[in-house]
Design a binder for this molecule. Structure first.
Ligand code: SF4
Length: 447
């Protein structure tokens, strides 16, 4: 770290109390990264550091991603940008790219430090700024308290994420996430409940459980009994007043009848939404990807979920242009997606990751072909989302209010409310129609 980092008492920032240095957060990548960034922000808020825009901050924490070549380029750009700001802030880079390519990030500028262990990032910031833990606002109130009560997360996010699992033991041919994040491990159930209760204390009514491979969650309850994801969900519903729990993405083999039954029995306290990562709708491509299921298993999981949870909406991830993907394979994948009737699709063009088996596989697909395939899938995704929105008209739903006249439905649709409601509230609505954009629901708030 160069001497250009200013000493703490020189850290006066216009409009904020002179005593209190500020931190900016740049989050790149997945929902797990977001949750981790919120946890870091939470800890630094408790140490009295304010959240400030990059241009005003004495430190910038950048949680990097390495899932695609584009993600890495974004990370490098974010680090360079922060490091070259006029106030030369301390830049702390962490995350998947920091784990895989630390030297590359360190070489970008003298005021960059890399901290691979996310739990140590707050210390790296405090040490780097040479500041103590607690700071007091002008009115003598502990700054931490003031920040803690403002929003469910210090970075202003409603519907906070709760990371319950990290790492992965699978070895999909295109993926380096498992290299960056290590073996699969679960957060203890008691700790998960503590994090849920903390979010509720901060007025959240919906929390999103997230992980790199969420469905392989394993833990024990205080009575010693072993649980998996469905067991954790049932226990959290029994032992906390959480309004709604949402699941982030899950692998197909983990969409079990037990999970669907637990969701169905929750009467809407578990969001009727499953984001099941398909990646390809063609068995030959899935086999080359080294995915651990085929379309028969995927279809069965979906049919079971729909039979137990008729109102469930489905999301998915799909890769186009995986090495060896022929036109015929792509058409098969596309028609399988159409059959599944997804209401939400994240479409990725295959990105060559050095060190993965797919990077050296024969049949690398032309970028123009990938672009054309991606455009066709996005078109289908749009059509299916509009169709699903129409399907929901006339139904009742629970909406998590994000702004006085807007919220998010159980199936992860945006909803325009007909009366103003308090932010973070859960309100019952009847879906009366679809807005002109074709995918936003119109919700009549029920008393
Ligand atoms: S399941 Fe596959 S794609 Fe997902 S993190 Fe694990 S190895 Fe990567």
């Amino acid at each position: 770290m160069s001497a250009s980092i200013p000493r703490p008492d020189a850290l006066a920032v216009p409009g904020s109390s002179p005593m209190v240095p500020g931190v900016a957060y740049v989050n790149l990548g997945c929902r797990v990264n977001r949750v981790e960034t919120d946890l870091i922000a939470d800890e630094l808020a408790r140490a009295g550091l304010e959240v400030l825009p990059e241009e005003e901050a004495q430190a910038v924490v950048i949680n990097t991603c390495a899932v695609t070549a584009e993600a890495e380029a974004k990370a490098r750009k974010a680090v360079r940008h922060a490091a070259s700001l006029p106030q030369a802030p301390l830049v702390v880079a962490t995350g998947c790219m920091a784990n895989l390519f630390a030297d590359e990030l360190l070489a970008l500028a003298p005021n960059v430090v890399v901290e691979r262990d996310k739990s140590r990032v707050p210390t790296a910031v405090l040490d780097g700024l040479g500041v103590g833990a607690l700071a007091v606002g002008d009115d003598g109130e502990l700054l931490a308290e003031r920040i803690a009560h403002a929003t469910p997360t210090p970075t202003g996010r409603t519907r906070p994420g709760i990371k319950i699992q990290d790492g992965c033991d699978n070895r999909c041919g295109y993926c380096i996430v498992w290299k960056a994040r290590g073996v699969s491990r679960s957060v203890d159930a008691l700790r998960v409940r503590e994090l849920v209760l903390r979010s509720l204390d901060r007025s959240a009514s919906e929390v999103v459980l997230t992980g790199i491979n969420l469905g392989v969650y394993r833990s024990s309850l205080p009575d010693g009994s072993k649980i998996e994801l469905p067991g954790l969900l049932a226990w959290l519903l029994d032992t906390t007043p959480v309004g709604r729990i949402r699941l982030s993405s899950i692998e197909p083999p983990d969409v079990t009848p037990e999970l669907a039954k637990t969701m169905a029995a929750s009467h809407g306290r578990i969001a009727p939404f499953l984001h099941i990562c398909l990646q390809s709708g063609c068995d030959a491509t899935l086999f080359r990807m080294a995915r651990i299921y085929d379309t028969v298993l995927f279809r069965t999981a979906v049919e079971q979920a729909r039979s137990l949870l008729p109102q469930v909406s489905l999301g998915t991830d799909l890769i186009v242009g995986f090495p060896g993907e022929t036109d015929e394979e792509f058409e098969r994948s596309l028609s399988f997606c159409r059959e599944m009737g997804f209401s939400r699709m994240h479409v990725f063009r295959y990105s060559r990751r050095p060190g993965t088996p797919a990077a050296t596989a024969p049949g690398q697909v032309d970028l123009h072909v990938m672009a054309a395939r991606s455009a066709r899938v996005r078109q289908l995704a749009r059509e299916m989302r509009e169709r699903e929105a129409e399907r929901l008209v006339g139904r009742e739903d629970l909406v998590c209010v994000q702004a006085p006249l807007r919220g998010v439905s159980g199936g992860l649709f945006d909803v325009m409310l007909d009366v103003e409601c308090p932010v973070d509230e859960m309100v019952p609505v009847c879906v009366t129609g679809v807005a002109s954009d074709g995918t936003t629901l119109l919700g009549h708030v029920l008393a």
